[in-house]
Design a protein around this ligand. Structure first.
Ligand SMILES: NC(=O)c1ccc[n+]([C@@H]2O[C@H](COP(=O)([O-])OP(=O)(O)OC[C@H]3O[C@@H](n4cnc5c(N)ncnc54)[C@H](OP(=O)(O)O)[C@@H]3O)[C@@H](O)[C@H]2O)c1
Length: 480
């Protein structure tokens, strides 16, 4: 297979992409349009929301973003005409069986689509069970079923997450899930039953006329309970794992690639270094640290963080597309860095300390926030005991002690919220083996891949340089 022609491969292709108002899919869309202006058509499936039509959302939340500035500069006054020729916005919702698309639009799409890329998901760790099941699990099934009905379909790419492995320790391999497989050996995981359970619980709660907030909380708890029952730490990764099961189960002869990125962070290089959106996982820790909110943290300081810059992940999707198109398969790619270019919490902490000491963030009154090294606790129970003592001390009026560590109440609550949300990942001693991904880049490289444009080799990342010169300045710019 000749990888010199990778951009040619995109030429004349019609691709349906879901999730484009989100962080990752819009980087993918931008990249395809920039490297191959001769792509035939991109169907972007977007939910209309809060009375905002899907096409208005694409204008505001996709094309209007700074992410598209390079393409705008390249195309000049042709930008709008180019976009209206290449992009077709489809109002839809993957939690519906026909993706919620009108029959008219469907007719058109069925004939034209070559490739489907399902990036849509609800990424909240503690989402309501009915919603997470609807999007991450049944939504994945709906997309496969839709793809199979497209007359000229050549490939489905489904974006999952490396964290479908739950809290497994050690080396995590790129293996598929069997239908009904669980992480703790508890038998009986039946997705149809989970669907009925969520529907029934919701309708019982509604029948009781409970306030919406209470219903939400109870449905969130249900997701959490079901996830824990079968060995997953939260609703998000549990429903994503079940999504993978359904993709595998319903694919038939359709070529399917499941991409499992680890933690996707700001762009390394394209369309410019440091594009990031939405404060998630590691970024929320960095933001709270840089703002001086966080100075005590329970974590294994030697734990390896697995991060992958978003543009590198997008490159891996495009190279996987070229590799698997029209070849029946179910291939999984874990796209991360922990196996071949690991970076530990201790290293990251030193880098952040160094950065914020030299470039302190200025608070609302224009005063630089002085940060200190985090007190890192290797034990979550000790952390909880310290918090308890701090709370007790406050109640007893011993607030000086507390201030030295937390600068008090609001900050304390924020830190607690963060710790609770990420608890399963604070002592997460697993490494994501990426043999398939390594082979993908190796084969592509040996066959003429232009690595300047499509690189995703983790070995190219210099973590210190990336964090000091790209990632931290970008989160300060976009997220502080
Ligand atoms: N970001 C990461 O670090 C990371 C790491 C591992 C895996 N992933 C996976 O990568 C994918 C993209 O992540 P992201 O960070 O870009 O997520 P994101 O920013 O939260 O975006 C999610 C996208 O999915 C759309 N969506 C949600 N429910 C939908 C539905 N019912 N129908 C159609 N679209 C729907 C959202 O649309 P609305 O705007 O309408 O809500 C949004 O466009 C997800 O599958 C996620 O599991 C992400």
């Amino acid at each position: 297979m000749d990888f010199r022609s990778i951009t040619e491969f995109l030429s004349n292709k019609t691709i349906l992409v879901t999730g484009v108002t989100g962080f990752i899919a819009k980087i993918l869309v931008e990249k395809i349009l920039r490297v191959q202006p001769n792509v035939k058509k991109l169907y972007l499936l977007v939910r209309p929301r809060d009375a905002q039509a899907a096409d208005v959302r694409v204008q505001d939340e996709v094309l209007g973003m700074e992410l598209f500035k390079v393409l705008k500069e390249n195309l000049g006054t042709n930008f709008e005409a180019f976009m209206s020729e290449k992009i077709s916005v489809v109002a839809g919702d993957i939690s519906y069986e026909n993706l919620g698309v009108t029959t008219d639009q469907m007719k058109d799409m069925y004939k034209r689509i070559d490739i489907v890329i399902n990036v849509a998901a609800t990424t909240k760790f503690d989402e309501r069970y009915d919603i997470a099941l609807g999007v991450n699990t049944l939504g994945a099934r709906n997309v496969v079923k839709f793809a199979k009905t497209c007359a000229n379909i050549q490939l489905l790419i489904h974006v999952s997450t490396a964290f479908v492995c739950g809290e497994k320790k050690g080396l995590i391999f790129e293996s598929p899930y069997a239908m009904g497989e669980t992480l703790n050996g508890v038998n009986g995981l039946d997705i149809d039953y989970e669907k009925k359970l969520a529907e029934q619980t919701l309708s019982n709660l509604k029948a009781k006329d409970l306030p919406e907030k209470e219903i939400r909380l109870m449905m969130q708890n249900l997701g959490n309970q079901r996830a824990k029952h079968y060995g997953w730490p939260n609703t998000y990764v549990f429903t994503k794992a079940m999504g993978e099961m359904l993709v595998g189960h319903f694919r038939g002869n359709l070529p399917v690639v499941i991409m499992r990125p680890t933690i996707v962070c700001s762009t390394l290089k394209e369309p410019f270094p440091g594009w990031v959106e939405g404060c998630r996982t590691i970024d929320s820790v960095a933001v709270t640290y840089g703002k001086g909110i966080l100075s005590i943290f329970p974590i294994d300081r030697n734990m390896v963080f697995d991060l992958i810059p978003a543009d590198m992940f997008v490159n891996s999707i495009i190279v996987a597309m070229k590799t698997h198109v029209r070849i029946p398969c179910l291939t999984i790619y874990q796209v991360g860095t922990s196996y071949r270019n690991p970076v530990t919490f201790k290293e990251l902490h030193d880098i952040h300390y160094h950065y914020f000491t030299n470039n302190p963030w200025s608070n609302g009154e224009g005063n630089p926030v002085i940060i200190r090294k985090c007190l890192v606790l290797n034990n979550i129970q000790i952390f909880e005991i310290i918090l308890f003592i701090l709370l007790f001390a406050t109640r007893m009026g011993l607030s000086d002690l507390q201030r030295t560590l937390f600068n008090f109440d609001k900050k304390l609550k924020k830190a607690m919220k963060l710790v609770n949300l990420y608890k399963p990942y604070l002592f997460f001693n697993s490494i994501f083996v990426d043999t398939n991904t390594e082979n993908l880049i190796k084969t592509a490289r040996e066959n003429g891949l232009d690595e300047d444009v499509f690189n995703f080799d983790p070995l190219c990342i210099n973590w210190k340089d990336y964090f000091i010169n790209i990632h931290i300045p970008s989160i300060v710019k976009y997220l502080f």
